[in-house]
Design a protein around this ligand. Sequence first.
Ligand code: HEM
Ligand code: NAG
Ligand code: NAG
Ligand code: NAG
Ligand code: NAG
Ligand code: NAG
Ligand code: NAG
Ligand code: NAG
Ligand code: NAG
Ligand code: NAG
Length: 243
Amino acid sequence: MARVRTTHIKTALENACPSTVSCADILAIAAEESVSLSGGPSWTVLLGRRDGTTANRTAANEALPAPTSNLDVLKSKFSAVGLNTTDLVALSGAHTFGRAQCQFFTDRLYNFNNTGSPDQTLNSTYIETLRGICPQNGNGSVLANFDPSTPDGFDSNYFSNLQVHKGLLQSDQVLFSTSGADTIDMVNNFSVNQTTFFESFVESMIKMGNISLLTGTDGEIRLNCSRVNEDSFGSSAALLAEY
Ligand code: HEM
Ligand SMILES: *[C@@H]1O[C@H](CO)[C@@H](O)[C@H](O)[C@H]1NC(C)=O
Ligand SMILES: *[C@@H]1O[C@H](CO)[C@@H](O)[C@H](O)[C@H]1NC(C)=O
Ligand SMILES: *[C@@H]1O[C@H](CO)[C@@H](O)[C@H](O)[C@H]1NC(C)=O
Ligand SMILES: *[C@@H]1O[C@H](CO)[C@@H](O)[C@H](O)[C@H]1NC(C)=O
Ligand SMILES: *[C@@H]1O[C@H](CO)[C@@H](O)[C@H](O)[C@H]1NC(C)=O
Ligand SMILES: *[C@@H]1O[C@H](CO)[C@@H](O)[C@H](O)[C@H]1NC(C)=O
Ligand SMILES: *[C@@H]1O[C@H](CO)[C@@H](O)[C@H](O)[C@H]1NC(C)=O
Ligand SMILES: *[C@@H]1O[C@H](CO)[C@@H](O)[C@H](O)[C@H]1NC(C)=O
Ligand SMILES: *[C@@H]1O[C@H](CO)[C@@H](O)[C@H](O)[C@H]1NC(C)=O
């Protein structure tokens, strides 16, 4: 999922207007701004989210799909939070910009699923390019662009890349390369008609921004987006003083 550096935004907001704007709302707005500033659609972001009072990395990682997930797993993890197959394909289109670390796809280039061979669904020209960026047993933190054609633009090229077997992650390519899958028509549709992609993407982003919503007096306004607030007044006051 997208990771946005919210630290500076949160600090500025706490200075201007303490304990009012949640980290969840900051992320929702940052996502919309990133997309629209990169040539994608813009939309009105509903606000008033509050932040969760728990944080559990293990539980979060169990709920999230992995870059190695097959289509069945992707569908079931999205479905578990009320997102259907159209949402899965449209939202995966966010991988039309940004980057991923070699560690999340290098096995596809050399030894896919312990077969001793590359992933058959990966374009051989693209394999050579990616091998140049990610040598076997190299530094797993090095970054590769998700979209080799327009790396920083928000457009429908993600879907045309899948059609020529240039999906970076296994979880990208399975949307097009799983035989008989209902996602293939959707990829083809979004590939030829960017308007359809943008309309679906906005609808799905609004749907995703409404998952497990906390409002009113539920949850809290986190002071530090990296963790839940302390119970004790003393620590909260100390943290506030840092902003
Ligand atoms: C379908 C399941 C998904 C999987 C398995 C997945 C996996 C990943 C992985 C492994 C990365 C690279 C992270 C890194 O190298 O540190 C990444 C990056 C990214 N993801 Fe996803 N993702 C999924 C869905 C989404 C969705 C729904 C969105 C937004 C709507 C999204 C937006 C992004 C963006 C923008 C980046 C690039 C971040 C950057 O350049 O800093 N992803 N994703
Ligand atoms: C975090 O989630 C995991 C997996 O659901 C669970 O086993 C664990 O008990 C949770 N930890 C806490 C502190 O709640
Ligand atoms: C997914 O849900 C949207 C409404 O949120 C609907 O328009 C779309 O047809 C659904 N897609 C599938 C495959 O059921
Ligand atoms: C990976 O290997 C396992 C067992 O060897 C097999 O069941 C599975 O279908 C393979 N996955 C892919 C994507 O080829
Ligand atoms: C691995 O690559 C990352 C990102 O380019 C870099 O910050 C880090 O220093 C590298 N580590 C080593 C051991 O070369
Ligand atoms: C691989 O990519 C090239 C363009 O770089 C394209 O012409 C070719 O059709 C692709 N091959 C496959 C099997 O998708
Ligand atoms: C393509 O998208 C349009 C607009 O959402 C929709 O009417 C049409 O049914 C879609 N076609 C396919 C094959 O998914
Ligand atoms: C693309 O999709 C939009 C919205 O669904 C539709 O209005 C338009 O006619 C489609 N364009 C083409 C060329 O199919
Ligand atoms: C958000 O979800 C609730 C149900 O959980 C629904 O009643 C409401 O209409 C949704 N709002 C939006 C903007 O999707
Ligand atoms: C926010 O919390 C993280 C994790 O506990 C910590 O590393 C960081 O220093 C905190 N930032 C501030 C400004 O207190």
